[in-house]
Design a protein around this ligand. Structure first.
Ligand code: CA
Length: 222
């Protein structure tokens, strides 16, 4: 069966170039131009690899990745970024990305990276997990049935980090890395206060998930 690639890139010309190049690699390609479109398309039917622009018109590509991870989608992600600041690169990884390329890049380089991610995907492909929480990366909201509860960007990133690993204790340091820029000093109480707010908002949305505390270690979404 043909492997598939997803693209989310708002620049029409670049999106077209990527689509053509990936098709030439023998991949089935679906291309999207906004974060909301990407979550809708790729959460329902995950591709084998996803090329995801960070600077999208409606959302940060890293939040799109987090929203997909929160839905149990483990597709390897190659971020495209115009920004070359080191903290930005690193936070791409905290957001669940697997690799990144800085624009402008050589197409040959992108294809090498995509093939490497596809090889990795076939090694650890598994069925997507069941998601207790659905996150909208454009609105930074929890979506459950008819309820939509707004989160701050930091709350969104923390909840997505928990939702990507349901039933697992996520350590405090990993949560800080997911929620704040690199090198930020985040006090214990601050993290706890954020998690308390997230807990309240999950209840408000009626989501079938709760945040449990593993004292001194971290938090877990159940
Ligand atoms: Ca862009």
């Amino acid at each position: 069966m043909a492997r598939s690639a997803g693209i989310c890139e708002d620049d029409d010309e670049l999106r077209g170039v990527l689509r053509t190049a990936l098709r030439r690699e023998g991949l089935t390609v679906r291309a999207t131009a906004s974060g909301q479109e990407a979550v809708r398309a790729f959460a329902a039917d995950p591709p084998d690899v996803l090329v995801l622009d960070i600077g999208l018109p409606d959302a940060d590509g890293r939040d799109v990745c987090q929203a997909l991870r929160a839905r149990g989608i483990a597709t390897p992600v190659l971020f495209l970024t115009a920004r070359d600041a080191l903290p930005d690169r690193l936070s791409g990884f905290h957001a669940g990305g697997d690799d990144y390329l800085i624009k402008p890049f050589a197409l040959a380089e992108l294809l090498v990276r995509v093939q490497a991610l596809l090889r990795r995907a076939s090694d650890d492909a598994g069925p997507p997990g069941s998601a207790a929480v659905v996150l909208d990366p454009a609105a930074h909201a929890i979506v459950h049935e008819d309820a939509r509860v707004a989160l701050t960007p930091t709350e969104f990133r923390l909840l997505a980090a928990l939702a990507a690993r349901p039933g697992e204790v996520v350590r405090r340091a990993s949560l800080v890395a997911a929620g704040w820029p690199d090198g930020a000093i985040v006090h214990q109480n601050t993290l706890d206060a954020y998690l308390a707010r997230i807990r309240r908002k999950l209840r408000e949305a009626g989501a079938p998930a709760s945040v449990e505390t593993a004292r001194g270690v971290g938090y877990e979404l159940r």
